[in-house]
Write a protein that binds this ligand. Structure first.
Ligand code: NAP
Ligand code: MG
Length: 398
């Protein structure tokens, strides 16, 4: 008797090796055990190209409507990808489009297995990175400056008041200039999402920026965060959750000596970069999950890694691959557990936890893909193939 998932989950397929994994996970670990309605969106790069990226916009709207989504990694096309797939243009990052549509915050949490020790000896508990998912360089405008001239920032108020102008730089030769922005309301919902996450996980919050250099832009982040923390002081104190603000470079240095168990809130670019560093430090990108939380309480789950392009080319040549599906499986379990919580179906939540345990038990019993086999202690005799690992997990759920 399959377990019934009461309401639909938005399912977004993707590209390359993660698309291969997606099929395996869905067919062997999800569909045999659950009766679930999936609302499918194929975000394969060719489909995005054929629909002029409308499919991504539609997917984002569907996540907002249904409340829970699960997404496969997707190619963000660069010039090389445009040639490889014969695309009309360099379509924007689907994650960027979805984040912007939902105004969400991304939380990245490492998965800890007992036999995969973090590279950093002090890390005993997960370090969760929260990435502010709006604006900054991800919504920038850039100009190539061909030669001498003046670049300015110009703000023209809608209400007819006098414009404000500032010289960015007076160029004496070629260069580049960039304009970026953020919104008080987005920074505020970021802070709110971090506080909500920290309260539910009972994790201390760290936030860092570079407000000594950026006295208006970064300082705005610091101030809004502080306001939200002050506004939630009672709840934070009751839960024993502390808040710590410091400079980003100080935070980076402290994190390397910390035991973990903290929520590290980062501005958009810092979160992009630091989450990859933290993921690698905890073992493998294949052990990092990611969830986008919107201020309205919509959740989208995915693996934090990309499409694992190099493995895919090997797969296309017919060679055996050993790609870790753990983070992809945890994206599914995250979405299922959330769906079950929203629907009040405890058996769905229990299945999600059973699947997570099956994954960890498989790894801890010594069946793991190459990325973990290289760093696990004790080292397994051999690495499992992509498919063998999924089948070993399936064997444990049954
Ligand atoms: P990647 O897919 O994250 O892979 C980089 C390397 O990390 C791999 O070559 C592999 O190392 C290792 N790795 C990552 N995930 C792994 C897994 N599950 N199991 C085993 N090893 C894993 O990054 P990329 O190759 O730089 O990017 C490929 C494409 O992904 C790009 O087109 C990019 O746009 C896209 N991307 C998408 C997302 C997203 O949708 N969320 C995020 C990032 C990148 P070895 O080769 O050493 O085995
Ligand atoms: Mg990154």
């Amino acid at each position: 008797m399959p377990i019934v998932v009461r309401n639909p989950i938005v399912e977004m397929n993707g590209d390359e090796m993660t698309r291969v994994i997606w099929g395996l996970v869905k067919e062997r670990l999800v569909l045999p055990f659950l009766q679930v309605e999936l609302v499918p969106f194929d975000l394969h790069v060719k489909v995005r190209d054929e629909t002029d990226d409308q499919i991504t916009v539609d997917a984002a709207q569907a996540i907002a409507r249904y409340g829970v989504g699960v997404k496969c990694a997707t190619i963000t096309p660069n010039a090389e990808r445009v040639r490889e797939y014969g695309l009309k243009k360099q379509w924007p990052s689907p994650n960027g489009t979805i984040r912007a549509a939902l105004d969400g915050t991304v939380f990245r949490k490492p998965i800890l297995a007992r036999n995969v020790l973090p590279m950093v000896r002090s890390w005993a508990k997960p370090i969760v990175v929260a990435r502010h998912a709006y604006g900054d360089i991800y919504k920038n405008v850039e100009l190539a400056i061909p030669g001498p001239g003046k670049a300015e920032l110009l703000y023209t108020p809608d209400d007819g008041r006098a414009p404000t102008r500032q010289v960015v730089h007076t160029f004496d030769g070629p260069g580049v200039v960039m304009g970026m922005h953020n919104l008080d309301r987005s920074i505020r919902s970021f802070a709110k999402a971090c506080i909500a996450y920290a309260l539910s996980e009972k994790m201390d919050i760290w936030f860092a920026a570079k407000d000594t250099i950026s006295k208006t832009y970064h300082a705005r982040f610091r101030d809004i965060f502080q306001e939200e923390v002050d506004g939630h002081r009672g709840e934070l104190d009751a839960a024993g959750v502390s808040y710590f603000y410091t400079l980003i470079d100080d935070a980076v240095a402290r994190v390397m000596r910390h035991e973990g168990g903290i929520l590290w809130a980062c501005t958009n670019y810092d979160g992009d970069v630091m989450s990859d560093m933290i993921a690698a430090g905890f073992g493998s990108l294949g052990l990092m999950t990611s969830v986008l939380v919107s201020p309205s309480g919509v959740f989208e789950y995915e693996a934090a890694h990309g499409t694992v392009q190099k493995h895919y080319y090997r797969h296309l040549k017919g060679e055996a691959t050993s790609t870790n599906s753990t983070a992809t499986i945890f994206a599914w379990t995250g979405a299922l557990a959330r769906r079950g919580e929203l629907d009040g179906t405890l058996e769905v939540v229990a299945f999600a936890h059973r699947l997570e345990r099956a994954v960890l038990e498989t790894i801890e019993a010594g069946t793991m893909t190459g990325d973990l086999a290289r760093i696990a202690e004790p080292a397994p005799e051999r690495a499992a193939s992509t498919e063998e690992f999924v089948d070993a997990v399936a064997g444990r759920i049954k």
